[in-house]
Design a protein around this ligand. Structure first.
Ligand code: JCF
Length: 672
């Protein structure tokens, strides 16, 4: 290699890195991407190729370096340069008035003071240190003086720039709250339910848990984001007001939820905003638990200074929690598909801000021990983001002495096989190979939408199939006869025919559905799709070695082990052979050649005649594209059927390419 070539590579590397930082900023901080995901991926791919050729070019702040560092054994302690303060709490208007009065007295002023009002995010506080614009450290708040160095995990969060932009200060410490939006939280909990994993009580716990991972690869899979709200040390001249500081943050590339930040001319405007924000609370895409009020002038902030742990110039005005008290009447044990046994509390029904709550997840026995909760206890239940409410506290004063403990089961409540709890796991699992509860949940999963999608074979019929012992394994579904079906309640000719037809039709499901339907631990619908694309057939997947699996970007040791264990199990081997014998052996629909729909985003709208929306979406996804429900700047194509309305109009306004059904089929054919 000549030094010329190296110089050229270095220049290209620099240019690509700058472009990627910039587009990352547009996407995360401003929510206004200018290029498609596919174009972004192409730039990233080019950078990766370049770094493969010239490994010397890899720097810690390269956009390629967000994932993949080796797992740590612990987090080093970090002493904050200046303490990370917490906030004093207010709970109502009168507390806010007192706050205003106190400040005026301290400053010996009587005129109105200008305040900034921000939603108080319910997440995890962190400090980010930038030197010469490069992210060098991310740390938790800890006790305010000492926190933990979680730099590796922080680097995986797309909304946190590795490199600042514009005229950033040489030294900068930014403070912010890392959080997860409700959509991501609910999706992840749902996925965990599907995969037989314990769920998280609320987005904050999930965020904290994700940041405490020693393996940053796991953190990288969690949709975390940040909003920056304050600073530690900043070198050079600093803005005069808090609002200007937040604006400067954004200009430097940091994410600030500016849209929800308000300036109030006096305390009365603060109070109106407090009321307004409570009404907005349910419409925000993330959980907030109050409003933070700060003096806008940074000079006045300095003058006010701080008490031992809290600043005098700020206060957190809390919202009423969505909590009520009720009695925990009993506990039922649910046995999931993977044998996971989860305790669920049966509660005396209670109305919690408009919703009747009669059960709550207890998650696992670690959580039961932490809460020290017993049957008969009066408990505080809270609705906190998930569809299933949560128990946050026991009202110990209301104990009578008749409360009963909630013992961890030693045997499965259904099949009575022994239960084991593996090292590092919080959930006990039934080990019974023929546990009817496991079989029932596996069957429900197998027949569900997104899996084999057998219409008509719902919970009620599955219960009957098991009761009549007509089905003892997943493949038995395909042996059902008309005569057998007639043993069911209310089964007529038509229903039986429809059911048999639906069962037969399910043999044609794509490979990804089949892989998902098998209910392998840790393999949800997304990973099933990844595996289907990668291996193309069940035989290939079953024969995969751990190196093959681990070489796939999204697969870590946990998933790889789970797959190997599944396909090595004698019962599962027989099951797979039986499926193949029955003619269920789907191949991936991924084309061998051409995938230039890679990353392209399609929106289908209007009435389609030549194919259903689902089929259209499947065609797009089979070729590496994505389907979306709404038109935005990121959309590449809109496929419009007859009577297409607002989405078509929007596409035309944005200058997005509009295809007829035939245009679309033509395009797909070209790719094939
Ligand atoms: O959103 C928050 N949880 C939040 C916490 C927002 C702020 O503006 C904060 C904070 C903690 C301390 N400001 C300070 C000074």
């Amino acid at each position: 290699m000549t030094s010329d070539q190296y110089d050229k590579a270095q220049r290209e590397h620099h240019s690509l890195a700058q472009q990627l930082h910039y587009h990352n900023y547009l996407y995360h901080a401003l929510d206004q991407p200018e290029i498609t995901d596919a174009e972004y991926d192409r730039l990233m791919q080019r950078l990766l190729t370049l770094e493969e050729q010239f490994p010397e070019l890899i720097t810690p702040d390269s956009p390629t370096q967000r994932v993949g560092s080796a797992p740590l054994s612990s987090f080093p302690a970090v002493t904050h340069a200046s303490p990370m303060l917490s906030l004093e709490n207010a709970f109502n208007e009168s507390d806010l008035h007192n706050f205003d009065t106190r400040i005026k007295r301290f400053l010996s002023r009587s005129e109105d003071l200008e305040y900034i009002c921000e939603p108080k995010l319910d997440g995890v506080a962190v400090a980010l240190t930038y030197q010469q614009g490069k992210l060098i450290r991310g740390a938790t708040r800890g006790d305010g003086t000492t926190g933990e160095d979680i730099t590796q995990n922080i680097r995986t969060i797309g909304a946190i720039p590795l490199q600042l932009q514009d005229d950033y200060p040489e030294q900068l410490e930014v403070r912010g709250e890392i959080y997860m939006e409700l959509k991501g939280f609910r999706k992840l909990n749902q996925q965990r339910r599907e995969e037989g994993e314990p769920t998280f009580a609320n987005p904050r716990n999930l965020t904290a848990g994700s940041l405490r991972q020693l393996d940053a690869k796991l953190t990288a899979t969690r949709p975390l984001t940040i909003s920056c709200y304050g600073s530690g040390h900043i070198s050079g001249a600093t803005p005069e007001t808090h609002m200007q500081l937040l604006e400067a943050f954004r200009n430097w590339g940091l994410k600030v939820n500016l849209e929800t930040v308000h300036i109030a001319k006096n305390i009365d405007e603060v109070i109106s905003r407090y009321k307004e924000l409570q009404n907005l609370r349910d419409q925000l895409p993330y959980e907030i638990d109050g409003m933070v009020v700060k003096i806008n002038s940074r000079a006045l902030q300095r003058e006010l200074g701080e008490k031992s742990r809290t600043p005098r110039w700020a206060i957190a005005c809390k919202f009423p929690a969505r909590q009520e008290q009720t009695v925990l009447e009993s506990v039922r044990l649910q046995v999931g598909r993977t044998g996971a046994i989860t305790p669920v509390a049966n509660l005396r029904p209670v109305n919690v801000s408009g919703v009747t709550v009669s059960s709550a997840s207890l998650h696992n026995w670690d959580e039961i021990a932490r809460l020290d909760v017993m049957i008969g206890d009066t408990v505080v239940v809270e609705r906190a983001g998930d569809v299933i409410p949560d128990i946050v506290q026991v009202v110990k004063e209301k104990r009578t002495g008749n409360e009963q403990p909630i013992p961890e089961p030693t045997h499965c409540p259904i099949c009575h096989s022994p239960v084991t709890r593996e090292k590092g796991e919080v959930i006990p699992r039934c080990q019974g190979i023929n546990c009817p509860a496991k079989l029932k949940e596996s069957l429900k999963h197998f027949c569900s939408r997104g899996a084999m999608d057998i219409e008509g074979l719902g919970d009620r019929l599955i219960d009957q199939l098991l009761r009549l012992k007509l089905v003892n394994s997943l493949s038995d579904i395909y042996h059902l006869t008309r005569e057998e079906l007639f043993q069911f309640d209310r089964m007529g000719d038509k229903l039986a025919d429809n059911l048999l037809q639906a069962i037969a039709a399910s043999k044609q499901r794509p490979l990804e559905n089949f892989i998902f339907a098998l209910g392998i631990r840790h393999v949800g619908s997304h990973l099933a799709k990844v595996l289907a694309r990668q291996f193309g057939s069940l035989e290939a997947l079953a024969a995969a070695k751990s190196e093959d699996l681990l070489s796939i970007h999204e697969i870590g040791p946990q998933v790889s082990e789970s797959l190997i264990r599944f396909f090595n199990d004698e019962n599962n081997k027989k099951l797979i052979e039986e499926f193949i014998r029955l003619g269920i052996n789907p191949k991936s629909t991924e084309p061998i050649t051409g995938n230039s729909l890679q990353g392209k985003i399609f929106v289908f709208t209007g009435a389609l005649k030549q194919f259903s929306r689902k089929e259209g979406e499947a065609l797009v996804e089979a070729q590496g594209g994505r389907a979306s429900g709404s038109v935005s700047k990121k959309t590449d194509y809109v496929v419009a059927g007859s009577g297409a309305g607002s989405k078509l109009t929007k596409a035309e306004q944005l200058g997005i390419k509009v295809l007829s059904e035939s245009d679309f089929l033509e395009l797909i054919k070209e790719e094939l």
